[in-house]
Design a protein around this ligand. Structure first.
Ligand SMILES: *Cc1c(COP(=O)(O)O)cnc(C)c1O
Length: 379
C-alpha cells in the first residue's frame, strides 16, 4: 500500500538537504563548542554558521538567536523568562484562546504561581482582534503572547498591528511562530516581536532542535541554571547537530520559500475544491481568513473526525483531527471551540496539512479516499 502523508503541521520528515548537512555534523563534529581546542572550535564554527542561517530566514541578527530543544521550550522560556525578570507587582500576561498547549499550559502554571492571565477570544474566522488585545492590557501587564499562525486552522494573526500596540504600551511581545516559519515570509522587524519561537521538526529538520529569537536588549529571567551557553539564555552543552539541521532547513527555506509556498497553495486549493465538490456536507473552517498556504481544516457534518482519521489511515492517508497533541483526548479541540463550533461540529473536523512530498496526484487520491469514507452511504 502507498502511504501518503498529509500531517505536516504535526511533524515533517528530514529533507535531503538537511540529511546531507547532518551526516558530517554527526560523523566529524564531536567537540564541545565551549572548548578552546580544535575539535571544540570546529563545533563552535558549525554552531555559529547555523545561527547565521536561522537569523537570515527571519531577518534577525545572529546574536539574537538562542538554540534550544524546540517549540515547547522556546514558548516556556519566553513566558517564564519575561515574567521572572519583572518585579512582583507587575504580573499580568495577555494571550489568546487558540494558542498551542506549549503556551496555554505554561500560562496555567503562571496562574498557579500568582500571575494573572487574560485569554482573548477569536472571531468565527479564527482571528484575534488587535483592539481586544489593547483593551486587555493593564498597567501591570508584562507580556503579550499571540501565535503567528494557528496549527489547526492555519489562520494568520495580525501580528504587526498587535506589535505596535504592545510597543506603545511598553509591553514585551512574544509570538509562537512554529507554524508560520516555512509557510510565510517572516521578518521579526516588520512584525514588531521581541520574542519569536520556532522549531526544527516542522520544517524538515530533526526533532529536539529549535530556537527562540530574543530581540537585542530584551530582558529575560532564567528558567534553567547551569553554564554560560547561548549568551546566558540557555545553559547546557549545545546540540550542534540539531542546530546544523535547523540551519540547513532555514537555508533551504531562504532559497525556496516563495516557490514552495506557491506550489502548496495550488495543491491546498485543489484539495478544498475537490472535497467541496465530492462531499456535499463538507465545510472549510475559517476559509475567509488569511491562512498559511498548506493548511486546510474541513468539517464533514455528521461524521466523527477520529473515525475518519482511522478509516483514512487504513487506506494509507495520514491526516489529523484537532491537534495531534490532544488526539486521544475525548474533548473537542479548544481551537475549534474558540471559533464557536459546537462540540459535535468540532469533532466532525479534519486537518489536512500539505508539505514537500505531496503532489497533485496524491491530492486527487486523498479527495477520493475522503469522499469514500465521509459520504453518507459510507456510514
Ligand atoms: C508543534 C508546535 C509547538 C511545539 O513544538 P515542539 O518542537 O514539538 O516542542 C508549539 N507551537 C506550535 C504552534 C506548534 O505547532
Amino acid at each position: 500500500m502507498d502511504r501518503f502523508y498529509f500531517d505536516h503541521n504535526a511533524s515533517t520528515p528530514v529533507s535531503p538537504e538537511v540529511l546531507e548537512a547532518l551526516t558530517p555534523a554527526l560523523r566529524e563534529v564531536y567537540g564541545n563548542a565551549s572548548s578552546i581546542h580544535h575539535p571544540g572550535q570546529m563545533a563552535k564554527q558549525r554552531l555559529e554558521a547555523a545561527r547565521g542561517q536561522v537569523a537570515q530566514l527571519i531577518h534577525a541578527q545572529p546574536r539574537e538567536i538562542v538554540f534550544l530543544s524546540g517549540g515547547t521550550e522556546a514558548d516556556n522560556l519566553a513566558l517564564f523568562g519575561a515574567v521572572r525578570y519583572h518585579p512582583r507587582e507587575r504580573k499580568h500576561v495577555v494571550t489568546t484562546a487558540i494558542e498551542h498547549p506549549a503556551v496555554l499550559a505554561a500560562c496555567a502554571q503562571l496562574e498557579r504561581e500568582g500571575v494573572s492571565v487574560t485569554r482573548v477570544g477569536v472571531s468565527s474566522d479564527g482571528l484575534v482582534s488587535p483592539g481586544d488585545i489593547r483593551r486587555a492590557l493593564r498597567p501591570e501587564t508584562v507580556l503579550v503572547s499571540v501565535m503567528h499562525a494557528n496549527n489547526e486552522l492555519g489562520t494568520v494573526q495580525p501580528l504587526a498591528e498587535i506589535g505596535r500596540i504592545a510597543r506603545e504600551a511598553g509591553v514585551l511581545f512574544h509570538s509562537d511562530g512554529v507554524q508560520a516559519v516555512g509557510k510565510l515570509p517572516v521578518d521579526v522587524q516588520a512584525l514588531g516581536v521581541d520574542l519569536y519561537s520556532l522549531t526544527g521538526h516542522k520544517i524538515y529538520a530533526p526533532k529536539g532542535a529549535g530556537a527562540l529569537y530574543v530581540r537585542q536588549g530584551t530582558r529575560l529571567g532564567a528558567i534553567q541554571f547551569g553554564g554560560h551557553h547561548e549568551r546566558d539564555r540557555r545553559p547546557g552543552t549545545e546540540n550542534v547537530p540539531g542546530a546544523v539541521g535547523l540551519g540547513a532547513a532555514a537555508q533551504w527555506l531562504s532559497d525556496n520559500l516563495d516557490a514552495e509556498t506557491a506550489r502548496l497553495r495550488v495543491l491546498r486549493d485543489r484539495l478544498e475544491a475537490g472535497l467541496l465538490q465530492r462531499v456535499p456536507s463538507a465545510v472549510v473552517n475559517c476559509s475567509n481568513a488569511p491562512r498559511t498556504p498548506n493548511t486546510s481544516n474541513v468539517r464533514f457534518e455528521g461524521c466523527d473526525g477520529e473515525a475518519l482519521v482511522i478509516a483514512l489511515d487504513l487506506r494509507g492517508f495520514a491526516v489529523s483531527s484537532g491537534a495531534a497533541c490532544s488526539s486521544g483526548a475525548v474533548e473537542p479541540s479548544h481551537v475549534l471551540t474558540a471559533i464557536g463550533l459546537p462540540p459535535q461540529r468540532a469533532r466532525a473536523s479534519l486537518r489536512f496539512s500539505l508539505g514537500r512530498s505531496n503532489d497533485a496526484a496524491q491530492v486527487d487520491a486523498l479527495i477520493e479516499a475522503v469522499a469514500s469514507v465521509a459520504s453518507p452511504h459510507a456510514r
